[in-house]
Design a protein around this ligand. Structure first.
Ligand SMILES: [Zn+2]
Length: 555
């Protein structure tokens, strides 16, 4: 077996790793390169493999630097399934369509200028329509499920604590009699988040591919950042200024809204001031994040699930407004009142946030707050690095606003937590490949790991291929036979019988439901989902046959 690192090798973006086994070729992620012009140019170059030869893909999560080249794959002949969690499939569809829309707008803009100067016309990298065509390829797999991709490859997706639906990938790959366990960390999140569970600790791997975004630095805690966030808002509002936060409408944004919501509820002292400050989520997608969260309740931690089940209107307080149309978005720049504008993209290199930065960055009254990683070469990176002026939408803009970087809101683990996660392995994997980090970050982390855990790491520095072959045999049964399967089957069968009685009552109750004041859609939804429950029950019951159970009992 071989692994070829095709992206996130020289930089943080463009994640794409090609695995070639004796029978199959598959990809771990296929993301966009983002940042400098030279990096973005890579998106237009050959993918480094024939998409039609790829059997399937596994997607760790829906950030564009991990999924953003899927429309190119499909356009160039990939026809296999893309395995990921259901939430990732749903969010990736939105992210990709947004990305297609941005590519179309950028090409149109550039072509308008080219026509004036007689330069050749360009095509967008891909269109929104190309992106929408990818939805059919996603194949949802739940967290924790052992999923047989084929008779040789078994997949398990684990919670990554990074963004909704993000996964740490475990793979057992059989070649002849040998089974190799490969773990791909995707992006590792942080502990003790408001809404997601902590990243899953993995105990064993033959080979590990690990991210190192913050491999060389520690960041302040979420609580520290949350406190500073509120302080900055109050300070900016007191001088009648506007706060601009570059962030995609689905992701850190919910964290920020949640902080504001909590602050409104718990700090009577500031209530009067905060009441005057509107919060605008400026997104062309007009996403009602609550709806997406509700449909994916199973991905959250206990506390958030409980709130969803209570019908709590998550992330929706009275000062919060979603601006959907471009007109509403433009009007925000004429609105002189102190306010908070949260707009994409998170690294400020595209999207509506560029218009707001053009409008507010040169005003000393404004504050700009970055809440996520800013890759080398992006507008966000220039601003946080202290640039005196920047170019936005081809205009020179002075940086007069107060600039903040609240790393505690980051969805990425810092150096200490990366190390803690890695120390969860009971022994060193045969090889640890460090990817998804700038050079300094990868090298510093490799040194830290050597000093503290004594493990050797391979720092991936360029597009490169490694052989993953060794002689020993390990068994896939190790993961499957921790408990006696037959004993468990008897338990499950017994519980299913109880469920069946409950389900009968539920079905007849649902069928009787009529109420003129109750929305018909809700009744239909309840009725449909109850039927789905019955179908699932029947499927489960037909898989675990009486014979399975009796054989055990008669032994
Ligand atoms: Zn990510």
């Amino acid at each position: 077996m071989k692994v070829k690192f095709l992206g996130a090798a020289i930089s943080v973006t463009g994640s794409c790793h090609l695995i070639t086994t004796d029978k199959y070729k598959f990809l771990l992620d296929c993301g966009l390169f983002q940042g400098s012009e030279a990096l973005e140019e890579l998106n237009y170059q050959d993918l480094g493999f024939k998409p039609s030869e790829i059997d399937f893909m596994i997607l760790s999560h829906a950030h564009v630097d991990h999924c953003g080249r899927i429309p190119l794959l499909v356009k160039q002949g990939f026809r296999g399934p893309i395995y990921c969690t259901g939430a990732t499939a749903e969010i990736a569809d939105i992210m990709l369509q947004d990305s297609g829309n941005i590519h179309e707008m950028e090409a149109a803009w550039s072509n308008k200028r080219s026509r004036r100067s007689g330069l050749p016309q360009v095509n967008p990298l891909y269109t929104q329509e190309d992106a929408a065509a990818c939805a059919g390829y996603f194949n949802p797999v739940s967290y924790g499920q052992l999923f047989e991709i084929n008779s040789d490859i078994t997949l398990k997706l684990n919670e990554a604590g990074h963004i909704l639906g993000a996964a740490i990938i475990e793979l057992w790959i059989k070649e002849g009699k040998k089974v190799t366990k490969l773990v791909y960390s995707g992006d590792i999140g942080v502990e003790n988040q408001r809404m997601l569970n902590d990243p899953t600790i993995i105990e064993q791997a033959d080979y590990l591919i690990m991210e190192t975004t913050y491999g060389d630095r520690t960041h302040e805690t979420h609580a520290e950042s949350a406190k500073r966030f509120i302080d900055i808002i109050l300070k900016t509002a007191s001088r009648e200024g506007t706060v601009v936060v570059p962030s995609f409408a689905l992701g850190r944004t919910q964290d920020l809204i949640h902080e504001l919501e909590l602050f409104y509820e718990n700090h009577e002292k500031y209530k009067h001031e905060l009441d005057k400050i509107m919060v605008y989520i400026d997104s062309p997608l007009g996403i009602n994040a609550t709806e997406i969260f509700r449909r994916n309740a199973e991905y959250f931690n206990q506390e958030t699930r409980a709130r969803i089940l209570k019908g709590d209107d998550l992330l929706n307080f009275k000062n919060l407004k979603f601006t959907k149309s471009a007109e509403e978005s433009k009007l925000l720049n004429y609105n002189k009142a102190p306010k908070i504008i949260i707009a994409s993209s998170g690294m400020a290199d595209a999207g509506r946030v560029q218009h707001h930065l053009k409008h507010y960055l040169w005003k000393p009254k404004s504050s700009i707050i970055f809440v996520g990683y800013q890759a080398e070469g992006t507008l966000g990176r220039s601003i946080i690095s202290g640039a005196k002026y920047v170019r936005i939408l081809r205009e020179r803009i002075l940086v007069n606003a107060e600039i903040y970087f609240l790393e505690g809101f980051s969805a990425h683990a810092d150096k200490n937590y990366l190390l803690e996660w890695l120390s969860g392995f009971k022994e060193s994997p045969r090889k640890i490949f460090l990817v998804h980090g700038e050079e300094e970050s990868k090298k510093t982390f490799a040194n830290t790991v050597k000093n503290i855990l004594g493990y050797d790491c391979t720092v991936v520095e360029e597009v490169s291929e490694y052989s993953l072959d060794y002689e020993e045999k390990v068994s896939i049964d190790d993961i499957k036979n921790r408990v006696d399967a037959k004993e468990q089957l008897i338990k499950i069968k017994h519980n299913l019988e109880n469920i069946h009685d409950e389900l009968d009552t539920l079905l007849s109750d649902t069928n009787l439901m009529v109420n003129e004041t109750f929305p018909q859609k809700k009744i239909t939804d309840i009725s449909n989902l109850t039927s789905d429950l019955e179908k699932t029950y029947l499927k489960l019951n037909s898989i675990i046959t009486e014979k399975d159970v009796q054989e055990k009992e008669s032994k």
